[in-house]
Design a binder for this molecule. Structure first.
Ligand code: SAJ
Length: 434
């Protein structure tokens, strides 16, 4: 199948890189978004999100005349839906005494509805948004049927999840393997033909529900495995063991690969996607549910450790190092570090946080220091919350002159205990009960 013109609905972290990459590969792309601000920004040749390489790609796309942004779709050969699927704010599900979060599918629904008036025979529609299993078949196909056309007979319909890592999106979009699930084999083939425009990685064709599950399984697998690492850290603490040492020895076994414990699981994917399974089958997902509970509870164990190190926290001054959800990114969404800061404050501590990747962020209820110096200067303790390279490279010796702190608490496994002890610090680490 040939694609001369496509509409990409949703111009966020995934939609915009996808739209501009298609455009720079010769496809005529209309980017659609509900935000006037985003449309105006793009049509001026600027961008509203931070992603290395994206601005250049968008500029190139606009200059080539292949990319425009607008608030409504138009007729096209293919439509890609890449809108957010957050949680519902005011509603949870309940099953046998447990409560679980529910996906808010409103953006996906209205994106599908916006396509209906423009859908023609022979078109392809692809959903990219992370969604609960069967969304393509049970939610999208019926909406598109309002056009009078039937998915799989009159037009192609497929699900293809994005699997790129923020910070590397422009490269991974092209190089990563891509799965395309069609509601018929012909739909999968059409999806293959579309993404083959720029994807250099393997393109795997399957059915739509399998592709939906693949995406959720990848991130759930990781969440469950981080949960067991976090549980091991609690056990090690109880039994006077160093969990980091124990994990590194266990991982010498050729078939074992335990992940790292830490202050919790954050970001917009791994802490979110497992709920999409629990929502549709709570009776089948006790392990997935409990792993989420374990990871969400981890900030409390961090606070217990800080209390052990410092005694009662009332009036204690703490420098919280790192607020991002993982090392060397500027993304603060769903970050467990934020939760730790709030819990420390609840215990009466006075916390100054420092996030080198977003020094001017404003977070409700959190005091962000404008500089590293300022956060550590008169602190009683330094708490490492994110393993940013900048923190790993700190020289404890030099810090003794820059900070009053003589206690450090490493929750991310980033610091060398001996080095800090030699410099005169009392050293505590998550998952070390010695
Ligand atoms: N974490 C740990 N211990 C570990 C590894 C990670 O506590 O051993 C924590 C991190 O600190 C972070 C969270 O888990 O808070 C998630 O980080 P991550 O690097 O595992 O994942 P994300 O959310 O940045 O990106 C994932 C990726 N999926 C997988 O690796 C299976 C990415 O490929 C996906 O595109 C992305 O989710 C997504 O959009 O779903």
């Amino acid at each position: 199948m040939k694609f001369q013109k496509i509409c990409v609905i949703g111009l966020g972290y995934i939609g915009l890189p996808t739209a501009s990459t298609f455009a720079s590969h010769g496809v005529n792309v209309l980017g659609v978004d509900i935000s006037r601000h985003i449309i105006d920004t793009l049509n001026k040749g600027e961008i509203h999100i931070h992603e290395p390489g994206l601005l250049d790609e968008v500029k190139k796309a606009i200059q080539s005349g292949n990319f425009h942004a607008a608030s409504k779709p138009e007729e096209a050969d293919a439509f890609i839906i890449a809108v957010p699927t957050p949680f519902q704010e005011n509603k949870v599900g309940e099953y046998n005494g447990i409560t679980y979060k529910l996906a808010d599918m409103r953006a996906v629904i209205s994106a599908a509805e916006s396509i209906v008036p423009f859908l023609k025979k022979g078109n392809l529609v692809v959903l990219e948004s992370t969604s609960p299993p069967r969304t393509t078949v049970d939610l999208i196909a019926p909406i598109l049927a309002r056009s009078g056309l039937e998915a799989g007979r009159d037009f192609h319909l497929a699900y293809s999840p994005e699997r790129v890592l923020p910070g590397q999106i422009m490269r991974e979009l092209i190089e990563n393997a891509r799965v395309i699930g069609g509601i018929t084999p012909e739909s999968a083939q059409a999806g293959h033909d579309l993404y083959a425009t720029f994807v250099k990685g393997q393109i795997i064709q399957t059915d739509a529900t399998t592709a939906e599950m693949v995406k959720l399984m990848e991130n759930t697998y990781r969440d469950v495995n981080i949960a067991i690492a976090n549980e091991f850290s609690r056990l090690a603490d109880k039994f006077g063991v160093d969990v980091w040492e124990a994990i590194s020895v266990a991982n010498l076994h050729p078939r074992v690969k335990i992940l790292n414990p830490g202050p919790g699981v954050g970001g917009h994917c791994i802490s979110v996607d497992p709920w999409f399974f629990v929502e549709v089958a709570p009776e089948l997902t006790p392990l997935i549910y409990h792993s989420r509970q374990v990871n969400d509870a981890q900030p409390h164990f961090v606070v217990d450790l800080v209390k052990r190190a410092l005694g009662p926290l009332t009036g204690k001054k703490i420098a919280a190092l790192g607020l991002a959800y993982k090392p060397d990114v500027d993304d603060l969404r769903e970050s467990p570090a934020n939760e730790v800061v709030h819990l420390l404050q609840k215990e009466g501590a006075f916390v100054k946080a420092w996030e080198p990747f977003k020094p001017d962020a404003s977070l409700p209820g959190i005091i962000l220091s404008p500089t590293f110096e300022e956060s550590i200067k008169d602190a009683d303790a330094l708490v490492l919350l994110v393993n940013h390279t900048e923190f790993k490279n700190l020289d404890p010796e030099k810090l003794t002159q820059r900070s009053t702190a003589r206690i450090v608490i490493d929750t991310a496994g980033g610091w060398n205990a001996l080095q800090w002890q030699k410099a005169g610090f009392k050293f505590f680490r998550l998952g070390v009960g010695k």
